[in-house]
Ligand binder design. Structure first.
Ligand code: ATP
Ligand code: MG
Length: 420
């Protein structure tokens, strides 16, 4: 127990963290290119925030939240997603008083009490963007373009954009009735989850992974959109074609959260089945108002980092090479430690990653340790070398050994390792 992880959590270990940092950096770069700025909100918020925004009818609020009472008697919840916190911050810091739109991105851990399996955890990590204050479908197109740009940077190909509109409260209300009429007589045949969802949120039945066939023949919301919603979808389609972004209209696509309006989309890796959704997103024009703000349009997406890494790891060629040590200093006796520490300091100041032995190992042991840490070079320092002001420099990659003056060690290493 003491030495076990809680179910559904992961340690991200050295060797993996480098990949995480690389993916996160690609996301940060893509966001910067599109003019999005990072926001970091707390990992817990008032429980009410998620109840109000994510919605009482959703799986998240019904059964997935980590909710607890703190020592002050307040009900708090570990954030299950990032949009609610961003919207709260938008209001809290009066972002609405600044020039619109406000374009934000985030990266960080999210928490959902789910049945753990590959690609599904209780603490997982999402990257995402949110745009507040612009209703134009050009923003919908930009957000989708940003996601595609990010995946391109990672070398991912063959991804599909699935697009749908779930209308606005007005046209959706009429459609909801129509859909309820369609599903009512089918209720006895539906799965247990769907029978539960029928009263809470009949739209979610379209999303069911079991009753797929019924969803296929259900009335389509896109056939019942009001004129404004219809126009929004058509204009967005035109912009995406303009950008050369292929998409598929998928009338079954509804997102799991209540706050979406109009545009909903997913980017999917079709080779991965039910775990193939890389990101999900959509427009949430009613969200800020739901929190007590003025009506403010918004749109965003979120994706799971774990799932993205699972896909990237299938083709290790795509991943950056593991980080390695530029030089390991092998000392031929403990009396060289002071000189070793001084030299390490100089190498590190010069921007070289450098390390040495701290356990008084034999030379053989030190060489083994150096190669385990993938040191590019080993510099040997002993009595004889020190008296002549040199080290013996061993090339661990190409073999061979040369003498280099201690004075010029940094320069030589920088040249020979083609250091950035
Ligand atoms: P799913 O249908 O897989 O449960 P979702 O609709 O709950 O997904 P969203 O809330 O839209 O997912 O979150 C966006 C993305 O976050 C998902 O596409 C997925 O990549 C990731 N994600 C969601 N839940 C988890 C989880 N429990 N573990 C790992 N990643 C997750
Ligand atoms: Mg889910």
């Amino acid at each position: 127990m003491l030495t076990n992880l809680p179910r559904g959590t992961n340690d991200i270990l050295p060797g993996e963290t480098e990949r995480w940092q690389w993916v996160e950096e690609q996301f940060r770069v893509a966001c910067r290119l599109y003019g999005y700025r990072e926001i970091r909100t707390p990992v817990f918020e008032h429980t009410e925030l998620f109840q109000r925004t994510v919605g009482e009818s959703t799986d998240i609020v019904q059964k997935e939240m980590y909710t607890f009472t703190d020592r002050g008697g307040k009900s708090l919840t570990l954030r299950p997603e990032g949009t609610a916190g961003a919207a709260r911050a938008y209001l809290e810091h009066s972002f609405y008083a600044e020039p619109q739109p406000v374009k934000l991105f985030y990266l960080g851990p999210m928490f959902r009490f789910e049945r753990p399996q590959s690609g599904r955890y209780r603490q997982f990590h999402q990257y995402g963007v949110e745009v507040f204050g612009a209703a134009d479908p050009a923003v919908d197109a930009e957000v989708i373009a940003l996601a595609r740009h990010f995946f391109q940077r990672l070398g991912l190909q063959g991804l599909q954009v699935h697009l749908n509109s779930i209308g606005c409260p007005t046209c959706r209300a009429e459609y909801r009735q129509l859909l309820a009429g369609y599903y009512q007589p089918l209720l006895p045949q539906l799965c247990e989850d769907c029978r539960g969802r029928f009263d809470r949120n009949v739209l979610r039945l379209l999303d069911c992974k079991v009753d797929v066939e019924y969803a296929r023949t259900a009335p389509k919301l896109t056939d019942h959109l009001c004129a404004d919603c219809q126009k929004h979808l058509e204009t967005l389609g035109g912009y995406l074609r303009e950008l050369g972004i292929a998409y598929e209209l998928n009338p079954q696509l509804v997102r799991g959260l209540d706050y979406y309006t109009r545009t909903v989309f997913e980017i999917i890796d079709p080779t991965l089945g039910t775990q193939g959704t890389l990101i999900g997103g959509g427009r949430y024009d009613g969200l800020v108002e739901e929190l007590g703000g003025k009506p403010t349009p918004g749109i965003g997406f979120a994706g799971g980092l774990e799932r993205l890494l699972l896909i990237l790891e299938k083709d290790p060629q795509r991943l950056p090479p593991a980080t390695r040590l530029d030089v390991f200093l092998a000392l031929l006796g403990s009396k060289f430690v002071p000189e070793g520490l001084r030299l390490l300091g100089r190498l590190r100041q010069a921007g070289l990653s450098a390390d040495m032995d701290f356990l008084g190992r034999s030379l053989k042991g030190q060489l083994r340790y150096a190669s385990k840490n993938q040191a590019r070079f080993v510099a040997l320092l002993g009595e004889e070398e020190l008296s002549r002001g040199v080290v013996a420099l061993k090339d661990m990659e190409q073999g061979g050994q040369v003498e280099v003056s201690i004075e010029r060690l940094e320069k030589t290493l920088l040249e020979r390792s083609n250091h950035r």
